[in-house]
Design a protein around this ligand. Structure first.
Ligand code: ARG
Length: 293
């Protein structure tokens, strides 16, 4: 087994006080298929309990009544534990229906002592949704296409002083990278190549020494939309083949089904935003650089 991830112990979650499907901005959302509030709450509680049981911590932000998708806390911004304290790059959501979430996120991170940045603060207007961004082996891996603009990659590289690997997402059902990629430890990750164009798929596979390659059908169970707390993988679903490999690698698999949240197009990673991510900003090479295509 590689070394356990040095992040993934502390999460921000948004209490599902106003979760609804008020509009359709991904292929899973249907106005006619509304989440049940009691079942929603039970699923959310089960995720928080699983994180705590695995040794993690959960901080809770109340949900704005006018922001039904705010439960998907991963999209509020990309948070980091920087060298001099917490930092966040707030999302600039693709769809106006979600943009008010950023104001609440800005206030919360500010109150929690974070250095707050907005992507494209100079009015460039690049969209960035943090569900597309992952720290991976000292660099940032960022999906672009359906939600995040390619232009955002340069802002991230410069603002965070890191190397960014941009991956072009082409699968409409895997519209955020967190539906197709999940770091497991320092060497291993779940990877679904069919989310990406050919070039990006092979670049992502090159970045992961030991990938657990998911078929498109496996990824569409949302199994990559999982969180890893130490050696525990908390998953909304886990195909048998994937479970066997994870267990052979020494991970404990905890399945917490979240069918109500899948009605909004998200699962466990989308509902949780790690606050303790660190990046290799002490690297000498590659800082501020973007690698695409
Ligand atoms: N309804 C939300 C949207 O389409 C779901 C967000 C899922 N979040 C994620 N990190 N993949 O924006």
């Amino acid at each position: 087994m590689g070394q356990t991830l040095d992040w993934g112990k502390r999460y921000l979650m948004v209490a599902p006080d106003h979760f609804r499907v008020d509009y359709e901005i991904n292929p899973f959302m249907h106005l006619a298929d509304q989440p049940d509030p009691a079942a929603t709450r039970a699923e959310w509680d089960a995720i928080a309990a699983a994180i705590t049981a695995a040794g993690g911590e959960v901080e809770v932000l109340p949900q704005r009544a006018d922001a039904p998708d705010m439960v998907y806390a991963m999209n509020l911004g990309f948070a980091l534990e920087g060298p001099v304290g917490p930092e966040v790059v707030l999302s600039h959501m693709r769809f106006p229906q979600r943009r008010m979430e950023t104001e609440t996120a800005e206030a919360w991170f500010g109150e929690h002592g974070a250095t707050v940045r907005r992507i494209g603060a100079q009015g460039v207007g690049a969209h960035f949704e943090a569900g597309d961004a992952f720290a991976w082996r000292g660099d940032l891996v960022v999906g672009y296409g359906p939600r995040t603009d390619r232009l955002a990659l340069k802002h991230l590289a410069i603002d965070l002083d890191v190397r960014v690997h941009g991956l072009h997402t082409v699968h409409p059902g895997m519209y955020h990278l967190d539906l197709a990629f999940c770091p497991l430890d320092s060497e291993r990750a779940l990877v679904c190549p069919s989310a990406l164009d050919e070039n990006s798929a092979s670049r992502l596979l090159d970045l992961v020494p030991e990938p657990l390659v998911l078929s498109e059908a496996e990824a569409m169970t949302f199994c990559a939309n999982s969180v890893v707390v130490g050696s525990t993988v908390i998953m909304p679903a886990c195909p048998d083949r994937v479970r066997a490999r994870l267990e052979a690698w020494g991970f404990e698999v905890v399945v917490v089904p979240v069918p109500e949240f899948v009605k909004g197009g998200g699962a466990i990673r989308c509902l949780t935003n790690p606050l303790d991510v660190t990046l290799g900003r002490d690297l000498v090479t590659g800082r501020g650089q973007v690698l695409v295509g």
